[in-house]
Design a protein around this ligand. Sequence first.
Ligand code: FNR
Length: 358
Amino acid sequence: MGDLLCLEDWQRAAQARLPGPTWGFLQGGSGAELTVAANRAAFDRRVLRPRVLVDVTKPDLGTTLLGDPLRAPLAIAPMAYHRLVHPDGEVATARAAGECGLPFVVSMFASRTLADIAAATTAPLWLQLYWLRRRDALADLVRRAEAAGVRALVLTVDAPRVAKRLRDLRSGFALPADVTAANIDPAAMAVMARTGESGSSIQSHSREQFDAAITFADLAWLRALTPLPLLLKGILTAADARLAVEHGVDGIVVSNHGGRQLDSAIPAIDALGEVVEVVAGRVPVLVDGGVRRGTDVLKALALGAAAVLLGRPVLHGLAVAGAGGVTAVLSTLREELEEAMVLAGAPRLSDVDAELVR
Ligand code: FNR
């Protein structure tokens, strides 16, 4: 692992290790993958405006989010089926999150049980949800999340159905028989089993099982179910951010699903400013999509993000070296952020403001 110095190194090492179809599922996006590329370009287009002659001997990256202390303004984005890339799956990821003192957003389609994941970690766990038509299955999952000590729910709102992903169709990607959604009632997943769980059946499954009719008004049903804080993930406009706050959400994740849903959607970092402005500090605003360097995190913080979620690089670390790989990836990003803050003359998060980025 000694020669893996940055997140791009881990990406290359993961690609060399994983079967082609698995790599395509992990790395790919929807349509022409314009948004996957745009997420990266939007970071690279921005530049930092460092201050000098500031005492930077004691950089402090610590923060709190939804009442939990974090060692850095970073968290692990929800991603389905970690067992695709490592036999320990989400248990290993959770262990790494605990070692790093960072929250782990567990996907509704996690391939290990919530109980096993929770037993492996001291990290704050959040659970990501898609809104299933089977509300009883959704309610049951929320109850198990509460029992497992989950600290928040993250409802993903950019996926009324799963987008078509050409890489998966071309490669014939299919989930291996031993990689399943460990937290979902098998009855609710019966359609998937019948259709053989190919890339295209993940899509058809989403059309049958996801409730594409829900609106902001339905959030009240979820709120009534549980006192857990509720975040919405997949907001990209000021209009929807305003509605989200009006409907009482506890946080917003500005996200285009890492370019895996609406292709040509605006890069999340480009949408962040208008969301932060309209939310006006009432709830934390997080962002994800294309974060690969400490300077990317600093740019997102300067544009008003309370924290940044990291997606694919976590699975790269997991694929290459299990829990140790995830810890290395998260530690590398944290160290890069610390260095960026020191060199930018902004040693505390409270020093990071819009003046820092152009
Ligand atoms: C995802 N993402 C995702 N999001 C979600 O809300 N529920 C999910 O189950 C998944 N599953 C998933 C699987 C894989 C393999 C990937 C790569 C992504 C989206 C994820 O949470 C996040 O928004 C993006 O991955 C962030 O972009 P980067 O960091 O991967 O560029």
